[in-house]
Design a protein around this ligand. Sequence first.
Ligand code: HEC
Ligand SMILES: [Cu+2]
Length: 399
Amino acid sequence: MNTIQDRHSGTARPRRRSALSVLAAGLAATLLTGCQQSNQLITFGDMSSSYNREVFWMSVWAIALSIIIFVGVSWALFYTVAKFREDRHDAPPAQFHGNNRLEVILVAVPVVIVVLLSVLTVRSMARLNPTPTNAAKIDVLAKQFWWNFSYPAATAEAGGTVSNGNEMIMPTNARVALSITSGDVVHGFWAPNIGGQRHALPSVIKTWNVDTERPGVYQGNCTQLCGASHANMRYKVIALEPARFDAFLSAARAYRAPTPAEGSAEARGYTLFMQGKTATGALACAACHRVQGTPAAGAAGPDLSFFGTRRTLGAGMWEGDKAREMLPEWIKHSPKVKPGSLMPTYDGSEYLVDGKVQRGGRLTDEEIGDITAYLRSLKLPEEADYWRGTPGAIAGGTQ
Ligand code: HEC
Ligand SMILES: [Cu+2]
């Protein structure tokens, strides 16, 4: 009874309206702070990218055409309804079956519309798809639940190809040709500020050209539901002015992981990294990770060559100081902090690989501390630190 009265009394409406505005304000606050805190703000329609500009203007023309069609069809509808009202015409209206001219028009108009829309699309594809010969090339490998970015033109002096896990460095003011593939299931490459999205398919290599004119840090995400940590499969795009990009690439080519001083924590960490600890069944990190300039050449996990320069951890799950703080926890039991992580545990706990229960080996907290110290020593020289001074760089120290 009460509710019915409320609904009809004058007080109900303002109350409902204020409840709505509180809800809207709450939602906006959650969204805004949520985005700011996790640095996950994705910008749509960033006009610094020629890819995005092309798609924007294609859409403007397509929408303009649709508006013309809409107005034309509406006009024809209302005109016909008004002109052929039944009370004005007692006799049945003339039939147009067999009226060739009318039927040709009814076929021709949609054909023209479809052709115009196709021309718009094909024109944009013709502009976006060819890869210029001077394009910077980056090979993108997607795997559960991380990314590797390698530079096929940059052979490392220490052997192998320059590559980096989960942080993609690209030049500004140039088309960047990505060759995208997957090492397991279907993933999707998407960093909206630099261009559209592309599937990463196993055993298929897709080319995709992206670009931006504005140096900065941009968010990338996997767009295909690929498993437990699909939403944690992120990456950063760091766009550098061409001179800085070249400085990065040549320093990265010359880079060799530093040799730790004898007896230091880093030296103990290095040994554990390369050999693991057979006594407790702790697998060698080197079996799955590459570190340029060392024998570590594993490919089952992200490249860790310049891990000390990185500012993200767990494929962008944590950033800055939080990433730094989470590193020991990560090594101890990454599947506990990142569902579905295929890295073994190092605290003797169980984890799943291909549906089978495995048990990790054991490292002590001191040993994990030594490995952490070693990983943090893997730094690019200062002039090649792609975070330093880049607009939108993650605050807080490096790893
Ligand atoms: C069986 C293979 C395997 C072994 C052995 C292994 N890892 Fe990993 N590691 C992975 C995989 C796979 C990932 C990516 C997990 C994810 O993000 O989903 C990873 C991720 C990482 C990352 C995070 C990189 C980033 O940018 O987010 C670090 C750091 C790391 N491993 C360090 C180690 C260390 C240190 C050891 C040895 C104590 C080790 N790993 C042993 C497979 C392995
Ligand atoms: Cu994915």
